[in-house]
Design a binder for this molecule. Sequence first.
Ligand code: BG6
Length: 520
Amino acid sequence: MAAGARAPGSKPVRGRSIRASSRCMNATTDRRSPPCALVIFGASGDLTARKLLPALARLAGYGALPTEVTLVGVARTPMTDDEFADRCRRSVSGDGPPRWEDLTAAARYVSGDYDDPATYQRLSEVLAECDQRNGTAGNRVYYFATPPRLFGPIAVSLGKAGLSVPAGDSFIRAVIEKPFGWDETSARELYAELSSAFVEDQIFRIDHYLAKETVQNLLALRFANSIFEPIWNRTWVDNVQITVAETLGVGERGGFYETTGAMRDIVQNHVLQVLSLFLMEPPTSFHSEAIRDEKVKLLRAIRPLDEEAEIAANAVRGQYTRGGTREDLMPGYRDEPGVDPLSATETFVAMRLEVQNWRWTGVPVYVRTGKRLPARLTEVAMQFHRPPQLPLFPGTAEGLEPDALIVRVQPDEGLSLRFGAKVPGHAFRVQKASMDFSYESFEEQSPDAYERVILDALIGDPTLFIRADEVARSWRIVDPVMQYWAGGGRPIPLYQAATWGPSEADALIARDGRRWRHSA
Ligand code: BG6
């Protein structure tokens, strides 16, 4: 790490990073899938084309998918095996590695309605053929890449068709995309439907944020070092800020987003998962259950905002309107395709949460997410208490931001420690400087989040997947706020595209005498 001073108003001067040395292999080179049929429901859909197939092509390139792994697509669109193979190849730019060519050439496809028993009968026959011809050994991973309303019915149908119970030593797993339900009640209903076919150990609920390299680095940062632990508590930390900011609007996903909104799309899952990893107690081991136990304990320590007045004071929503520059004018949310022109769906959320446990009581956790904000940026920042005697540096240090440890999840993945340093010269002036670590300093490339979740599901490592109790507890935190907003009352606050959200969000944190790390 190296330090660099910063002139007021300028960007932080990043010091030269020390080349990180690592004896670890690339995470994927020493991990291989066992024999398995990977069945993708929603095989003709957008998620499959954009994320799953490119991730599979890369995994094939690393040698992580042996010849006993077979791809089986299921969807309503009629297609032959060859047409599906073609579609797979077209989803990947350029020539895939030789193993990808083999994998697609051997791919199978089943078309049919998801509620038609004949679809599952056909799937059962295809899977039996895969076991016989390709050696998939009765192992199956079902990847639910369909619209969420189909998750339950597909699971129930798999159960009825006898396709969810593993025989002998084989395994069967169900990988479920988010959102897992729309609130606590519907999440429990979905769980009941899934449970008619699968036991909890078979269910892998995805949150692709957990598979981001920098999010996993939170574990290394906290538990592979001894210097941070002593300051990781209310004695040293003044507040925590978690930001998930996107520059994009909802684009073509207006119809989906209308039923979701930023709270369900980002806060209930990505934000609360990152928050719980960052603030949880040290797990007793790195076993998946030990980590997930600590995460759920942390989520239980977050006090849900129950009273209306409390919600009004601690949760802010917003929706973007037309904005940007004359050259780059961005439409408002209500003008996006598929969006109700009178929509009250939130595209922005800011909240002040409290973690009520021995370590964090009294440390506010401010979370903020939004679409059409001025920067694409996800970070977790811990701001430390100010020094007790700022008057030692009269007139120079009062306006300084507090010292902070910032985990940059994306982009420019890395870590910064911000602190005050003397500006060279005769006057005693203090400015903020920064010690930076960048992931670019590693020779190894970070695997894409989807590569990791697919390989983990094939291998059977549930650490980066969300357990049922975590899901229920996360809904318990956001549900009262969603209900309060749905109840009407004040109209939704608006913010112009390419700004940092409505003024109410600034007021929320200003009330505590603090400000967002990024604001206008
Ligand atoms: C998804 C949300 O889970 O995460 C999207 O549904 C959002 O609305 C996306 O854009 C952000 O993911 P990433 O990896 O680009 O930060």
